[in-house]
Design a protein around this ligand. Structure first.
Ligand SMILES: Nc1ncnc2c1ncn2[C@@H]1O[C@H](COP(=O)(O)OP(=O)(O)O)[C@@H](O)[C@H]1O
Ligand SMILES: O=P(O)(O)OC[C@H]1O[C@](O)(COP(=O)(O)O)[C@@H](O)[C@@H]1O
Ligand SMILES: [Mg+2]
Length: 344
């Protein structure tokens, strides 16, 4: 077989391990060849690609962050309008099956291509861990470790200065990174997009902590957090970018002056940003990405198209793409309530 692969959406640690997993399995186990398309779906629209070869060169990419194929976002309408170009690229390169590695956006496009008759098997990736049909996505474990390390450091400086430290972490639609890193570091407040926050409640909690003699507060704020309607705070509207994503206006920075005024304490804001996505993957993410990649290679050779490689417990499985993209995997509210035990 000739298998096309691509990495789409935001990069994350483990993409290279997944590329290696697919390529090593396809080449060594099935004698197939692999063609890597550059910069996500853009590489299929413009036919920009490279032939992948196995051996030592691929072994060295296992621990490397980012993606050797490059990634990009393409306006979904432009992608749909380019179906003819995509088909032409696949035919010109004699591609028998496509393995897109991506988040919920890339996998929606994969599902659409599958519905159009293209043989597709997806591989889930994202630091946000918000893809349905799989217990975990690679990138998440590394991002949580980076956020945990950062917050451990912020505790000591906040305590020294008697400050509130708001730490904004990634999580566009879901609070998985905020929840996991917040619990791990003993954060006093965690806000997640799934449960709009009440700024008065947060201020009350901060006043109570300082009132009983505590010297600092760490608040972990998922970037997609929103204030509860009618709760005395409204976020600035940033509109939507050309790819259809909401443009964030900095929720933590907008909370800070309200807390300073109400609680009469100094507030500092740290936005962890792209640090969470860069650099070498954790051992967990390397293993998960390698296994998902090899499993996807196996699935295309079995003809199991229209599916996504997934992990359930410790087992590799296949989930129908339609099930994987029908809804985001959000943080269950009972899990968030469990975390609230440690607030304050
Ligand atoms: N509903 C959709 N239909 C077709 N293509 C889509 C759709 N949603 C996203 N895409 C394509 O997938 C790309 C990656 O999606 P995005 O959400 O940016 O990243 P991720 O795959 O990491 O979630 C988009 O830039 C777009 O080209
Ligand atoms: O790279 P961009 O376009 O600034 O996107 C940032 C977004 O990408 C992410 O890092 C990961 O999201 P995806 O995996 O869905 O691409 C989000 O946490 C963040 O909101
Ligand atoms: Mg996305």
């Amino acid at each position: 077989m000739r298998i096309g692969i691509l990495t789409g959406g935001g990069d994350c640690p483990g993409l290279n391990a997944a590329i290696r997993g697919i390529t090593r399995a396809a080449l060594d186990q099935y004698g197939s060849t692999v063609v890597g398309f550059h910069d996500g779906w853009r590489g299929l629209l413009t036919d920009s690609h490279r032939e992948m070869s196995g051996g030592q060169r691929l072994d060295r990419i296992l621990p490397r962050g980012g993606t050797i194929l490059g990634t990009a976002r393409v306006n979904p309408e432009r992608l749909r309008a380019g179906l003819g170009d995509i088909r032409a690229t696949l035919e010109r390169n004699r591609i028998d099956a496509l393995i897109p590695i991506g988040g919920e956006g890339t996998l929606k496009a994969a599902r659409w291509l599958s519905d159009e008759g293209v043989p597709v098997v997806g591989v889930p990736k994202t630091i946000d861990n918000d893809i349905g049909g799989t217990d975990y996505t690679f990138g998440f474990d590394t991002a949580v470790s980076i956020a945990t390390d950062a917050m451990d450091r912020l505790h000591t400086t906040a305590e020294s200065h008697r400050r509130v430290m708001l730490v904004e972490v990634m999580g566009r639609h879901t609070g998985w990174i905020a929840l996991r890193s917040g619990i791990a570091t003993g954060a006093h407040i965690i806000t997640i997009p799934e449960d709009p926050f009440d700024i008065d409640e947060i201020c009350g909690l901060i006043r109570a902590r300082f009132g009983r003699g505590d010297r600092h507060v760490i608040g972990v704020i998922a970037e997609g957090s929103v204030p509860r309607a009618g709760s005395g705070m409204a976020l600035r509207d940033g509109g939507v970018d050309e790819y259809g994503h909401e443009i964030f206006t900095g929720v933590a920075a907008q909370m800070a002056p309200l807390i300073e005024r109400d609680a009469g304490v100094e507030v500092r804001t740290t936005v962890l940003g792209y640090i969470q996505r860069g650099g070498t993957p954790s051992s967990y993410d390397r293993v998960l990405a390698s296994r998902l990649g090899a499993h996807a290679a196996r699935a295309v050779h079995d003809g199991a198209f229209g599916t996504m490689a997934a992990v359930r417990g410790t087992r590799m499985t296949l989930t129908p793409l339609a099930d994987a993209v029908c809804e985001l995997k959000t943080v269950p509210l009972e899990l968030y309530r469990e975390a609230r035990i440690f607030f304050g």
